[in-house]
Design a protein around this ligand. Sequence first.
Ligand code: F6R
Length: 601
Amino acid sequence: MCGIVGYIGNQDAKEILLKGLEKLEYRGYDSAGIAVKNEEAVHVFKEKGRIANLRNIVDETVAATMGIGHTRWATHGIPSKENSHPHQSTSGRFTLVHNGVIENYEQLKREYLSDVEFASDTDTEVVVQLIEKFVTEENLEVLEAFRKTLTLLQGSYAIAFLDESGSDTLYVAKNKSPLLVGLGDDFNVIASDAMAMLQVTDEYVEIMDKEIVLVTKDQVTIENLQGEPVKRPSYKAELDASDIEKGTYPFYMLKEIDEQPLVIRKIIQTYQDDQGQLTINPDIITTVNDADRIYIIAAGTSYHAGLVGKQLIETIAEIPVEVHIASEFGYNMPLLSKKPLFVFISQSGETADSRAVLVHVKELGYPTLTLTNVPGSTLSREADYTLLLHAGPEIAVASTKAYTAQIAVMSILAKVVADHKQKEVPFDLVQELGLVANAMEVLCDSKEILEIMSKEYFTDTPNAFFIGRGIDYYVCLEGSLKLKEISYIQAEGFAGGELKHGTIALIEDGTPIIAVATQASVNLSIRGNVKEVVSRGANPCIISMKGLDMDEDSFVIPEVHELLTPLVSVVPLQLLAYYAAIQRGCDVDKPRNLAKSVTVE
Ligand code: F6R
């Protein structure tokens, strides 16, 4: 949540910062701001809402070659111009942007800043006011004042600030929130995500928690909180600039839905050795095999992928799996098995709820594995092992291709572990995943019919229910999340048999019921559940799989292996949600109140 950029060099900082913020808008879009410094002063421009609003108010005549920028997902203080970053100290000397949450900000205000009049309701302002206080009242050098401030902060932060009366330097630090330094010739940058500054450089240096970084036009100095110098090599960000463009698509979400067949093929290819055998790091296989139980920890869509993963791992590799919502597990840990393995599933690799569990279970000494789309992300760095999703950057806030990639990678993990145990897997996973990719392609070519269906079921409806049994139920949870988050229709996923235990009371004339039927063992029972709601007036939409389809079905997906159906049945649900959001005039890629990377607990 929230995105930060900074630039110091010879070019026009405003445009580089604004372009960078546009690439970070997925991290929050409640407000945005930039501050640029030239010989005269620091100039701050900030506005509520999107970067486009900010662009409208930036004074084009201000020339400056250094500055910082921020796009906000509000936590402390409503989305407003006053609460937008950058924030300034009372004298205006220091100007700061921050991503994260300063948990002890009220205590710091009371103890150190009771005489300061605050201009915002944010936790962030405390940081910039503390720096000013230590400089003016304790005569500390700016760097020392920053260091002292950091030692007082509890919580998460990525911080960058400018000193109007000091040298041309970006002062930078982080703890738990992501931040990178980008290197160039005659310039340097900072960014929450390399994507933002790919416009000027692909060479980056990681910053670790509690390090302080001083960035000038031609130097980057890293030190730890004790002031000891730190040396770290740079790396090339493996991002293709075209991966982060929308191309001819109206929305990233549609592009990302369409990319799914390619992603599945890329995953097959990446996890195959020269002989065409699926393979993963042998240490991971040993770790999985040593576990008597796997605990999958995730949030939102990744949690839904975890539910499917449980089915895959238990069926194929015969290891018991529990799936837990990260934000619950942290506070309500179940009785663990004797040799647990913790698997974190996270597209971004930055989700604070999951990270809190990771930190805790590491302290307890348990082995950890992260499945993530973002190499070098916090969860990837901090877990013992990582399996990458290879889905390419996912920019739409609503996750699509990362979900299917997560399931595909878990199927490979299950298969490789089963092979290692010499347990026979009665199907060829590479071949079956190939069929999945083909089926996804067929579905991506069925947009017109899904658009018509979406109109039929979702125009004017206040709510919708998704029902399925077994693995189809898990897909229903994901289908309903997609619909509610981007179209704002209240939607819920239910186990087909559970509806009659209460929720059926909500069924009225015309209530849309989307039923997913891809499993032979429950095909008749889910259809029985559909009949129960139809006789109470519901408007049914049965999405079945070829071979199990019946005359009454609205949409039939191509046949794939029954364990892999979620990879395919989710595609029409993603597209139904997409078109529902379009019909309602919603901003598909940036749904209200949301952000892509949830870095607060
Ligand atoms: C929904 C969605 C979210 C994320 C959740 C976890 O479309 O994207 O529910 O799945 O916030 O995020 P990651 O996977 O980055 O940990």
